[in-house]
Design a protein around this ligand. Structure first.
Ligand code: PXG
Ligand code: PLP
Length: 451
């Protein structure tokens, strides 16, 4: 049934009904919509004219703050100069400049860039490159992937197969062949500040997987260096290094999904740089364009690229039959170049590193308040685990308390993300210390108000 009555947000019920919203409780939302109409710096303005602090930098996308004039100008010039050009068989100058710029921010050896339209597309692309690589090497049976429990790798079929967040997989049936390492959110690590001390040995579970599947059947291991969506799980000290050693030992590619961690959030250019471990393939998105235009990328080691080049037959033949209509979109390239300029010009990774200790202490200052069962952080990423309703977890209402907390925070003028049993924070790199104080005060107050 449609109803064309205009509600107080200037959006009619029929219009609300027409949009099937992404990762949203549509029924709840449409009863009382939260409408954002503009953004500047670290703040949104909602349809009631309220200023709201952006405590997740959009969706981990807008670390440099909103509406940066440098990006606005680059995008508008690009639209006027070359709005679109075919992604297949033709090029435009900015994609090459951007690819080269990205390689300058990568750890040594990662120097070939394939562009995609989003993080999910970057993940699918990396998985396909990994399988194709082994086939080109004459090892066509290496097709299985190893992900990790609590991992998030986007929403496409490959991504949910290697992903380890149950509800994102539950209703979609058969995916691609995958196994899962255990996650590292273990009791010994509760309330650890930054990288936890325990759990490097959990990487050794890869030995069990190799024993089970045999390395002749495994293409790659894919992990987020710091798990974001599951609620900010930093890697235990030594864990990623161990995983790297085991992948090399068993001739399995290592993919780092850095859709959240690349370009500043960890206090370095990448998680790989920050944690001192270099993967064979890396996926990036989000912060690449400061969220302004959708764009993702896969960065590969040269040997992987060369393998495709060397085995494709005559030069007019495609080496990788893969790509998106919007691969290397000129407007996205312009936004990314401007965004990476800002990252360098404003020393944003260093700024993250310099304010991260203050953020860490402020966040861990909430320990002991009602409902909190764990606190985790690294760089400008942090999360609170929130106990479920009811003494009996089995009868609990999952996710309700984090939802209530996030809604109360919105009322108080702070956007934070809730997901599963967590509240997640991904502050803009441009956050002021006083804004961290206000955010923590509001969170503390809210925790005491929730039943
Ligand atoms: N890999 C990782 C590690 C991600 O974090 C994706 C892939 C998928 O990217 P796209 O662009 O297809 O969404 C992501 C995205 C959250 C949150 O609140 C995280 C993401 C997306 C939306 C919300 O944690 N991560
Ligand atoms: N579906 C159809 C019918 C198409 O023609 C295309 C692209 O040409 C796609 C899907 C894929 O779209 P994209 O390249 O934007 O991923």
């Amino acid at each position: 049934m449609t109803n064309n009555k205009t509600n107080n947000h200037g959006i009619s019920q029929a219009q609300l009904d027409a949009h099937w919203m992404a990762f949203t409780g549509n029924r709840e939302f449409k009863k009382d919509p939260r409408i954002i109409v503009s953004a500047k710096g670290n703040y949104y303005t909602d349809s009631n004219g309220r200023q709201i602090f952006d405590g997740l930098s959009g969706l981990w996308t807008c670390g440099a703050g909103h509406a940066r004039p440098e990006i606005t100008e680059a995008v508008s010039n690009q639209v006027a100069t070359l709005d679109y050009s075919p992604a297949f068989q033709f090029g435009h100058p900015k994609s090459f400049e951007l690819a080269h710029r990205i390689t300058e921010l990568m750890p040594e050896g990662l120097n070939r860039v394939f562009f995609t339209g989003s993080g999910s597309d970057a993940v699918e692309t990396a998985l396909k490159i990994a399988r194709g690589y082994w086939r080109k090497k004459g090892m066509a049976s290496k097709t299985r992937f190893i992900g990790r429990a609590k991992g998030y790798h986007g929403v496409n079929f490959g991504g949910i197969s290697v992903g380890g967040i149950g509800p994102n997989r539950a209703i979609y049936g058969q995916g691609i062949e995958a196994g899962h390492l255990p996650h590292t959110m273990i009791n010994e690590n509760k309330y650890a500040k930054g990288m936890p001390a325990h759990g490097a040995n959990l990487a050794d579970e890869l030995e069990e997987m190799v024993a089970l599947y045999d390395s002749s059947n495994i293409a790659a291991v894919i992990v987020e260096p710091l798990a974001g969506s599951a609620g900010v799980i930093p890697p235990p000290v030594g864990y990623l290094k161990r995983l790297r050693e085991l992948c090399t030992k068993h001739n399995v590619l290592l993919i780092f999904d850095e859709v959240i961690t690349a370009f500043g959030r960890m206090g370095s250019n990448t998680g790989a740089e920050e944690f001192g471990v270099t993967p064979d393939l890396m996926t990036v998105a989000k912060q690449l364009t400061n969220g302004v235009i959708p764009m993702g990328a896969v960065i590969a080691k040269q040997e992987i690229y060369d393998t495709f080049m060397d085995t494709a037959g005559p030069e007019y033949m495609l080496e990788l039959p893969h790509g998106y209509t919007y691969s290397a979109h000129p407007v996205a390239c312009a936004a990314a170049l401007a965004s990476l300029d800002i990252l360098a010009k404003d020393n944003l990774p260093e700024r993250v590193k310099s304010i991260a200790p203050y953020f860490q202490e402020a966040l861990h200052g909430l320990k002991g308040l009602s409902h909190i069962t764990d606190i985790r952080n690294y760089g400008l990423a942090g999360a609170l685990s929130i106990g479920a309703f009811g003494a009996d977890q089995g009868k609990a209402e999952p996710g309700k308390r984090p939802y209530e907390i996030a809604m109360k925070m919105w009322q108080k003028g702070f956007y934070v993300r809730y997901g599963g049993d967590t509240i997640q924070l991904g502050l803009p790199f441009t956050t002021e210390l006083t804004e961290i104080d206000s955010l923590m005060n509001a969170l503390g107050e809210t925790l005491s108000e929730v039943k």
